[in-house]
Unconditional design. Structure first.
Length: 574
């Protein structure tokens, strides 16, 4: 609103009441989600089961973008609360945000889950501090009057050149305030985590959360409007910081409010590290994301989802300079699209269960919710389009297209692997090739392994020139020529190219032949010693990975673990 000048701030309270009304509709609607999906529905499951694949994927894409923006916005807002108390740290806000995201990533990768105890203390401290400050402000308002406030003159000068108060600007202000509703769905996603009886407890928490938000949001807007607080154009100090500084001064209570706000926002960002990986794992289970997202790591965390969320969030923070104002336009669209699809899905759900008691009332509640959140989604898309909302409007269809393509790929692979399964496996005719750089223990061990599989084994030596080729053949004959040897001269010291041409030549001679390349591979005693070797086996594996009709394996030879100890003999190697 400040873009239209200080006078436009008078619309803060009407917009606040409109946002609280939308909140009430959403809370009532999501009580229905909790009732209908006690196992933890979420917009994706509700839309997917009731509306079909495409609406479900639109909801999923919206939620994935929302989770990413939850991390970026919440961490940036938390850092803003810190820099409001310590302005000298403002220039480091991007670095601080990145460090905090990296720290949360590390904690979540180690499998440390959210617990009630972790969230209880910061939440209660924040609620008590904020309600205490707002209560004190209302007492002052009704008794002695609110304290005086004078914005710095340079702020008024910067805001004085504001534009006209247009309908579009009012809608943009409404859209920016509506972003505060983004956490409402979290309760419906985690119903099974509540104590028994889960459904009533989750519904109580949802209503309590909405009530606390409404009270705090109303209080901040009311008191800030009556005091006449002006937003800091440089974003160094938040409105909340200014309000608390005016009401309670610069003492310990001010710092308690700022730090409890910062901690709570950072913990709010951490909830996305549970929601994003879990949703990604469900999508991977349904074959709409790579299977890597489905599996848990050693510490039972969805590692791939956590890392993906962290990287994208860090990129967003860096790209937008850690500015909450710049990130907010991207934030609201995804969650309200998900809200709307979820409510439409529930309307369909109640119509399918018409024998349920009071199904008409339930369908009417969710229908009202769908209309309300749908209107907000349209308002956000239109009013914030040029401010960055176009990025999300473009990203969601791209994500949906990507997930559909992944689904088609997995279905095609399933059809190829499961169709026309033979009663008995066909016999495999194959030629074994063992690339040999030198005649040593590793090579002899690999050749022995190859001959135990098949008598059709050929050793392949790629020499730098004719002289080195001749020397190697002599050494081979002296060993006993127990395996046929083929030497290829490669003046440019290329190994992979000559090997591929040799395999291609075998294919041309017999297309039904399966070529098995067995690689001798030296495994060092310490990881850093691996850097001292040329990784030829790794490069050969990479070159042959996508070649049809070719099997690649390796025979590892482990170095001695004790310093100064000589390598074990072939029979002792493990």
């Amino acid at each position: 609103l400040i873009l239209a000048g200080v006078g436009a701030l008078s619309l803060t309270m009407p917009l606040t009441m409109a946002i609280i009304a939308i909140l009430a509709i959403v809370v009532i609607s999501y009580r229905q989600v909790i009732f209908a999906y006690p196992n933890g529905g979420g917009s994706y499951v509700v839309a997917f089961q009731n509306l079909g694949t495409l609406p479900g994927l639109v909801a999923a894409a919206s939620l994935l973008t929302d989770y990413v923006l939850t991390v970026a916005v919440s961490v940036s807002a938390g850092v803003e609360a810190i820099t409001s108390a310590f302005p000298s740290a403002f220039e480091f806000r991007v670095v601080i945000s990145v460090v905090l995201i990296a720290l949360m990533t590390t904690v979540n990768l180690r499998g440390i889950r959210e617990s009630g105890n972790v969230f209880t203390v910061p939440t209660y401290v924040y609620v008590v501090a904020m309600l205490g400050m707002l209560g004190y402000g209302f007492v002052r308002f009704f008794t002695t009057g609110l304290p005086e406030y004078h914005a710095p003159p340079e702020w008024l000068v910067q805001h004085g050149a504001g534009g006209a108060l247009t309908l579009l600007l009012v809608l943009r202000a409404f859209a920016s305030g509506s972003v505060a509703l983004t956490g409402t769905e979290a309760v419906s996603n985690g119903v099974p985590a509540f104590k028994r009886p889960e459904v009533p407890n989750a519904q109580i928490v949802l209503v309590a959360m909405g009530s606390l938000f409404a009270a705090i949001f109303f209080g901040i807007s009311f008191l800030s409007g009556h005091i006449g607080i002006v937003p800091d154009p440089s974003e160094v100090e938040t409105v909340n910081s200014q309000l608390s500084r005016v009401l309670v001064g610069d003492g310990w209570f001010f710092y308690l409010i700022q730090f409890s706000t910062a901690v709570l926002l950072i913990l709010a960002a951490n909830t996305a590290f549970n929601g994003f990986p879990r949703l990604a794992s469900i999508l991977a289970r349904d074959k709409f994301l790579p299977h890597q997202f489905e599996f848990r790591g050693d510490r039972l965390a969805f590692s791939t989802g956590i890392i993906a969320l962290s990287l994208v969030s860090i990129l967003l923070v860096i790209a937008f300079g850690g500015s909450v104002t710049a990130l907010i336009p991207l934030y609201t669209i995804g969650v309200f699209v998900a809200f709307t699809l979820s409510q439409i899905g529930l309307v369909r759900h109640w119509f399918d269960l018409r024998q349920e008691r009071n199904w008409q009332i339930r369908a009417g509640v969710n229908g009202l919710g769908a209309v309300a959140t749908g209107i907000v989604a349209i308002v956000v898309a239109v009013s914030k389009f040029l401010l960055g909302a176009w990025i999300v409007l473009l990203l969601i269809p791209l994500l949906v297209g990507m997930m559909l393509a992944i689904g088609r790929h997995y279905n095609r692979v399933k059809g190829e692997l499961e169709g026309d399964i033979p009663v008995t496996p066909a016999a495999i005719k194959h030629t074994i090739i063992v690339p040999v750089a030198d005649l040593n223990r590793i090579a002899i061990q690999t050749l022995a392994y190859a001959r135990s599989i098949s008598p059709n084994v050929t050793a392949l030596h790629i020499a730098q020139d004719e002289e080195s080729a001749r020397a190697f053949r002599e050494k081979w004959l002296a060993w006993g020529d127990k395996v046929p040897l083929v030497t290829i001269e490669s003046p440019y010291r290329s190994v992979v190219g000559p090997l591929l041409r040799y395999v291609d030549n075998i294919d041309r001679q017999d297309k039904d032949d399966t070529v098995t390349v067995i690689l001798p591979e030296y495994v060092t005693a310490h990881w850093w010693e691996q850097l001292l070797h040329n990784q030829t086996a790794l490069r050969i594996k990479a070159a042959l990975l996508f070649r049809p009709g070719t099997v690649v394996t390796s025979v590892p030879y482990h170095a001695a673990r004790h310093e100064g100890h000589q390598p074990a003999g072939v029979g002792e190697a493990k």
